[in-house]
Design a protein around this ligand. Structure first.
Ligand code: FES
Length: 579
């Protein structure tokens, strides 16, 4: 067979040839380099499965990815495909400055462009740590080739003295005890060595576990694989099966936009609410929706929240269980079966079956009701997250009520305002700070367009003098995000943010703020005339001289309700060029 004849198809290693003006020369060159890696002509004829590989020594949550990769490749090879891994950006929560969220869109761009530009028929997305899974789903949705997500899995727990502990709800708990003088320096150092003792993502229902759940609820993972612990042998079997399924996808036209639809996004939102998932999940789901030309409407999220029970007692909801318990208790499948009357069962999944077909197959599977409640006896009758609107947040804000203090849900109180993160750290523990437990703490200029680029700083520390007096929670409001492992009565993602002139930036210490979770309201009780005066007196914040990705991000990042994506990356993937 001539080279030109072999290349006539659109699939496999010869798709997307370079443009030298001589097609046969392009084929010859590509093969010459492929053969330098030892591949036979026969192997190069197989369906190509790319593997977006995010192993990095800067990412401890992905430490086990080399072994996981081998399992994926085994699955691809056994199913008759050619597995070719390629590196992309990898993001870890604790090793990126100013924060990992800023780079989610960069990773999504990297993932999208490499899937599109390289000759692969399908892609396995290997992700785990918080921002990696949404970045990969966003990129794959835009790239428009068949894709399947492989989750890295959560860490196992450890012990400190007689307590079972895991990252990172316990990270905050112990740090708060240390700040309150209840733990010594030696104690906190010992805790530091116990919090993360295996590879994998954080051991609680933080953002990573939430996004894994969302990926499975969307239909983008194999069934039952979202919550398998990172070090469990089932995780390796899931990797092998994912590789095998990717070969079938490579022979299909089951692209992500057929799986990620308005109806599956609604399913994913239901699951997010039912697991008491991370508030970051709302932002990421909005961004994923945006990549297939859809919008996650926060008012619709509230409607879903009103009719979706909280079923999962994994920290930070409850005080006992971790992700390894959730896996053993039945995982996402058990949650989906409880929610079945509320779900859109006709949604397709990467297996080619519908969600309804999957759930019918799993009927009667074991569930540990201590960890995953039934819909008839939920932990809470309503969903874990609620959107608030009002004069302080015209475009919306989010509160995670399942991790908050109900006694603080209805209140009008004076604000204590911090104008920036620097201002917060300079004054929060000042003994002369005029603050009481009845104040509402406000942090300004921590949204996506701020220099801090929307860090997980919404969990404002309780002032030390109040902590020492035994205060455990206060209302805190900001345009920042909060780690999915955090807890407290914390209002986040206020939009529009202070840095682009949102009303949050006009609040001053002593202003009255009204919060009503029942009415979904968040209001700044200041006369319109006074706000107009403050607005006209406000100086434009200097942006400095930005270059590269900083500039791209600053110029194009959208607000939280639109997922903080870059504006030019949203839209239907049908417009994307397909080599
Ligand atoms: Fe990676 Fe928490 S730091 S998931």
């Amino acid at each position: 067979m001539s080279q030109a004849k072999q290349s006539s198809g659109e699939r496999g290693f010869l798709r997307g040839l370079q443009t030298y003006g001589d097609r046969d020369f392009s084929i010859y060159m590509r093969r010459a380099f492929a053969k330098s890696m030892g591949y036979s002509g026969d192997e190069l004829q197989r369906p190509v499965v790319g593997i977006a590989y995010t192993h990095s020594r800067f990412n401890p949550c992905h430490r086990h990815f080399p072994e996981l990769l081998e399992a994926v490749k085994r699955g691809v090879g056994a199913a008759g495909g050619l597995a070719l891994e390629f590196p992309t950006i990898s993001l870890h929560e604790s090793t990126l400055a100013p924060n990992s969220m800023k780079f989610r869109n960069l990773m999504a761009m990297d993932t999208e462009e490499m899937i599109r530009a390289q000759p692969m028929d399908a892609v396995v997305l290997m992700g785990g740590c918080d921002k990696t899974v949404p970045a990969q789903l966003m990129g794959a949705a835009s790239a428009g080739k068949p894709a399947i997500q492989l989750i890295g899995g959560p860490q196992m727990t450890s012990r400190f003295r007689d307590e079972r502990i895991g990252a990172c709800t316990d990270c905050r708990k112990f740090w708060t005890q240390y700040r309150a003088g209840k733990l010594t320096g030696a104690d906190i150092e010992a805790v530091e060595g116990r919090l993360v003792t295996t590879t994998g993502s954080c051991a609680v229902m933080g953002t990573a576990s939430t996004m894994a759940a969302i990926a499975e609820a969307l239909g983008m993972t194999l069934p039952g694989t979202a919550a398998i612990p990172a070090v469990h042998a089932d995780r390796l079997r899931a990797a092998e099966a994912t590789g095998a399924r990717a070969v079938a996808l490579a022979r299909s036209d089951l692209t992500p936009d057929r799986i990620i639809t308005a109806r599956s996004i609604e399913n994913a939102a239901r699951v997010l609410l039912a697991i008491g998932g991370s508030s970051n999940g709302v932002i990421h789901l909005a961004a994923i929706a945006g990549r297939v030309g859809l919008r996650l409407d926060l008012r619709r999220v509230n409607e879903l929240s009103d009719t979706t029970p909280v079923l999962v007692a994994v920290k930070p909801v409850g005080s006992e269980f971790y992700m390894e318990d959730f896996f053993a208790a039945g995982g996402i499948g058990a949650v989906l079966r409880e929610l079945r009357p509320l779900l859109n069962l006709d949604c397709l999944t990467v297996t080619g079956e519908t969600l309804g077909e999957r759930l019918a197959r799993e009927e009667g599977a074991y569930v540990d009701r201590r960890v995953i409640r039934s819909a008839a006896e939920p932990l809470e009758g309503e969903g874990g997250l609620v959107a608030l609107f009002g004069s302080l947040a015209p475009d919306g804000a989010i509160i995670k009520r399942s991790a908050a203090t109900p006694a603080l849900f209805e209140m009008t109180a004076p604000a204590l305002v911090f104008s920036s993160l620097d201002d917060l750290s300079a004054r929060i523990d000042d003994p002369s700070l005029e603050v009481t437990a009845q104040h509402i703490l406000i942090l300004q200029n921590a949204g996506p367009r701020s220099p801090a680029a929307m860090p997980e700083a919404g969990f404002l520390p309780i002032p030390k003098k109040l902590l020492e007096a035994g205060v455990k929670d206060m209302v805190r409001i900001s345009d920042a995000r909060m780690s999915g492992t955090a807890y407290g009565t914390i209002v986040l993602h206020v939009a529009p943010e202070a840095a682009i002139g949102g009303p949050l930036g006009l609040a001053r210490t002593g202003d009255r703020i009204r919060l009503s979770v029942r009415e979904r309201r968040l209001d700044l009780l200041v006369e319109a005339g006074e706000l107009a005066r403050r607005r006209s007196a406000a100086a434009e914040a200097p942006t400095g001289c930005l270059r590269g990705y900083d500039r791209l991000f600053r110029d194009s990042v959208l607000q939280a309700p639109e997922g903080c994506d870059l504006g030019f990356l949203r839209g239907s993937p049908s417009h994307a060029a397909q080599p």
